[in-house]
Design a protein around this ligand. Structure first.
Ligand code: LER
Ligand code: MN
Length: 271
């Protein structure tokens, strides 16, 4: 298993201890903390020099785990369901740009809230529109050798595809189970939506290609009530060798996140 943490390149995020201006400092901290890579929040590609970012990662011996893409939903309204065809087309174009960047960075691409927020009165239509919108993205990713990660997200943020098993069902039965689409299992969302961690890993473990690390309350591990050791043992036993990436709030404090990341990762590697 490899480890990474979120860092943002254009707009601040609550999931990183570093502001946009400090992103290189963030990479220094990841290297010093013994992480293997960085998860990069990228909203768009205006004036973004992807090879220069790759150079900064290489300099520190860091890989790139995935591109976190969701900021463009709030900032630009980009979305793949419950919107006009024109918005879907612009959103697909953005995903093609993310996939091109991921091919340079050797990373995956996350599809989280840009799937849409869903609606109670139009659930079937939302799901059908998402399917149609995702199929060309899956094809493009396949051609470029990149994996797109569909993330189960809890019901308070979207009502479209909440649990791990629901997302697995969508990938298999609606999308036809393309190799280029994997699951991003976020332990905060799973605490709300999945019945049982062991059941989820047993049913969909082979399709999990990335994990977001956060405790039950989205704090740094150890400051909520999830039995993190038990969850990571499940992942090890399932043969999970991809990235697990910190996507927790700066809670209980930014200092604790900065100081405890290295020792927590060492502990999990030693399980
Ligand atoms: C993104 O990875 C995520 O988990 C969402 O909750 C962000 O709103
Ligand atoms: Mn997440």
């Amino acid at each position: 298993m490899k480890f990474s943490a979120a860092v943002t390149l254009q707009y601040d995020t609550i999931f990183s201890p570093f502001s946009v201006q400090e992103w290189r400092k963030g990479l220094d901290w990841m290297q010093a903390s013994g992480l293997d890579g960085a998860e990069l929040c990228i909203s768009h590609y205006n004036d973004l020099d992807v090879p220069a970012i790759r150079y900064e990662l290489d300099k520190r011996n860091l890989g790139c785990s995935t591109l976190s893409t969701g900021q463009a939903r709030g900032l630009e309204g980009l979305c793949l369901s419950g919107v006009s065809d024109d918005v879907v087309k612009r959103t697909q174009k953005r995903f093609y740009e993310h996939i091109d960047a991921a091919a340079v960075l050797g990373s995956k691409v996350t599809l989280g809230l840009m799937r849409g927020l869903g609606s109670t009165h139009n659930a079937g239509a939302d799901r059908a529109q998402l399917r149609e919108a995702m199929l060309p993205i899956a094809d493009y990713a396949q051609k470029k050798g990149v994996t797109v990660l569909l993330e189960p997200i809890n019901r308070y943020e979207t009502i479209l595809l909440n649990s791990g098993i629901e997302v697995y069902d969508f990938i298999r039965n609606d999308l036809g189970n393309p190799d280029s689409i994997g699951i991003l299992w976020d332990l905060f969302h799973a605490n709300i939506e999945d019945r049982d961690y062991a059941e989820t890993v047993a049913m969909i473990g082979g399709k999990i290609k990335h994990v977001h690390i956060a405790d039950s309350n989205r704090a740094f591990p150890g400051f909520g009530h999830t039995d993190m050791d038990a969850v990571f043992r499940l992942l090890y036993n399932a043969g999970f060798e991809e990235y697990a990436s910190f996507e927790c709030l700066n809670k209980p404090s930014r200092d604790i996140v900065l100081e405890e990341t290295a020792s927590w990762v060492r502990h999990i590697r030693g399980l």
